[in-house]
Design a protein around this ligand. Structure first.
Ligand SMILES: [Zn+2]
Length: 64
């Protein structure tokens, strides 16, 4: 069984979160669910509509 880890770090994930992700245009986003640790869960949720930046991509909680 593969070891699950947070999408943004090597920590053990706390839970799965439904997110929208995009690179430059927030209208051109994909919807997916990712595993997040407690720390990154908070960061994504606090980032709000501007999104949490990870490399080229941005992520925000929820599909809309
Ligand atoms: Zn993490």
């Amino acid at each position: 069984m593969p070891t699950a880890r947070c999408a943004f770090c090597t920590a053990t994930p706390l839970r799965e979160l439904a997110v929208s992700s995009w690179t430059t245009d927030p209208e051109d986003r994909s919807r997916l669910t990712i595993l997040l640790c407690g720390k990154h869960m908070v960061r994504v949720q606090k980032a709000g509509p501007k999104g949490y930046a990870h490399g080229e991509e941005k992520f925000k909680a929820g599909f809309w």
